[in-house]
Design a protein around this ligand. Structure first.
Ligand code: PHE
Length: 354
């Protein structure tokens, strides 16, 4: 076989392989070509053994020609195998995986949540039922929103009540969630029912009952004829539902520039049941709900006519309430990132999971 004949033979074998591959639909039959064409005794493979019949100076080229052809055939076989595989995959997917939109979804197991989150969710549920919406505001606030709009001018001694983290750009880390009172009045006008869970910051020395970073839930209800009995009734409902037991409340006068009159609503200490312990500083009571009737200046600053509307506002100590609910005696646990402090789903209570 001279070189021309060799080339023709090879071309013919390649053409045959290409033609037969289109007919072969069984993977095993395609794999069979590995032996019948490429194998030592195969149509192409066996040509190698003829190399020795060529003059020495042609043998190298003959070998290369045959091997190149073997490479091309191998490639054809592999392509065909890949084609058959993806056709098989598609067929399986369409017969087995017909999509049934009526099947129930998978219920993923719920993880544990932070005690503050757990109580926050509960409070949101309670207030949503009462027609309140849940709002939020920025943790870094303007001085105006945090103080002035709340009837606390720069010269007012009440600024000293809350030790403030000042940010270099003249902003503050909000010392309470009350600035969102002003934001909500501006945004929605009256009548208005909002709660605002959120993180607050104060320049405090940290100990078992003080943190520089803690949570409050602001509440604001503005309408015609809102009065203190509404506020007290709401407090009783809220605290009883969160604690899931009867709680005792005590109402004292309190001072906050943005309410008039201002009140402090205390709850009997849930850790010692009112007997007196380090958490309640032996008083048996926990300050939980500072509140009052919205000051006319605050309504005016928010664009609401104090002649027409009245309202109450409160700043629930969410962190403190979470400590009461879950019997946590040291506030530092809450910001420590300790996974042992998390609340497992079964302790969240049924309604939250639904
Ligand atoms: N913002 C007050 C505080 O953090 C609490 C408060 C809110 C009091 C709303 C009255 C009304 O101390």
């Amino acid at each position: 076989m001279d070189l021309d004949q060799l080339n023709q033979t090879i071309a013919k074998i390649e053409a045959d392989v290409a033609a037969s591959l289109t007919d072969l639909t069984a993977v095993d039959a395609v794999r069979g070509l590995d032996t019948s064409v490429l194998g030592k005794k195969g149509t192409l493979g066996s040509l190698i053994s003829g190399i020795k019949d060529y003059p020495p100076d042609q043998r190298g080229q003959v070998g290369q020609t045959i091997n190149a052809a073997k490479g091309r055939v191998k490639e054809l076989i592999n392509q065909r195998l890949a084609g058959l595989q993806s056709a098989a995959d598609a067929a399986e997917a369409s017969s087995a995986g017909a999509y049934d939109p009526t099947l129930p979804g998978l219920r993923l197991p719920m993880g544990s949540v932070h005690p503050v989150t757990a109580v926050q969710w509960e409070i949101e549920r309670i207030f949503e039922r009462l027609g309140f919406t849940v709002e939020s505001g920025p943790e870094m606030e303007t001085e105006y929103n945090n103080f002035e709009a709340l009837n606390i001018p720069a010269t007012h001694p009440a600024r000293d009540m809350q030790d403030t983290f000042w940010v270099k750009n003249g902003m503050v880390l909000r010392t309470h969630t009350s600035p969102v009172q002003h934001r909500s009045m501006k945004k929605f006008g009256a009548p208005l029912r909002v709660i605002v869970p959120g993180r607050c910051f104060r320049y405090e020395t940290i100990d078992a009952s003080h943190e520089n970073t803690f949570h409050q839930v602001e509440g604001l209800m503005i309408d015609r004829d809102i009065s203190i009995p509404n506020l007290i009734a709401m407090s009783q409902t809220l605290l009883t539902e969160v604690m899931q037991r009867e709680v005792k409340l005590r109402v004292r006068p309190g001072f906050f520039p943005f309410v008039e009159p201002g009140l402090e609503i205390d709850m009997n200490c849930q850790i010692c049941d009112g007997k007196g312990c380090p958490t309640c500083k032996k008083s048996g009571w926990i300050e939980i709900l500072p509140c009052g009737m919205v000051h006319p200046n605050v309504l005016t600053a928010g664009g609401i006519d104090p002649e027409e509307y009245t309202g109450f506002a409160f700043g629930l100590g969410l962190t403190r309430l979470a400590m009461m609910k879950f019997g946590i005696r040291d506030i530092r646990v809450l910001n420590a990132g300790d996974l042992r402090a998390l609340v497992p789903p079964e302790r969240l209570g049924g309604p939250i999971l639904s």
